[in-house]
Design a protein. Structure first.
Length: 76
């Protein structure tokens, strides 16, 4: 996992970007065929329920990252 050396991030924005990366990498690990992923992407891009479900995955990843970063409480 070259893309994930740590959950530690300097800012919430950096943490959010990491959450997107984790979500994308999880999907690629589950559906290993890039052609199938591209075909599915065309389907869910027009489906509100599937887009909301995708955003929930990112939110859960971000929640985990935020907890690992103590919610950036030390940030001024």
């Amino acid at each position: 996992m070259d893309y994930l050396q740590s959950l530690q991030c300097k800012t919430p924005a950096e943490g959010r970007q990491l959450a997107f990366t984790l979500a994308r990498k999880s999907i690629a690990a589950i559906q290993t065929d890039p052609e199938v992923r591209n075909n599915l992407r065309l389907e869910y891009a027009k489906d509100t329920a599937q887009l909301i479900a995708s955003s929930q995955v990112v939110a859960i990843e971000f929640q985990t990252i935020a907890m690992a970063n103590n919610y950036w409480r030390d940030e001024e």
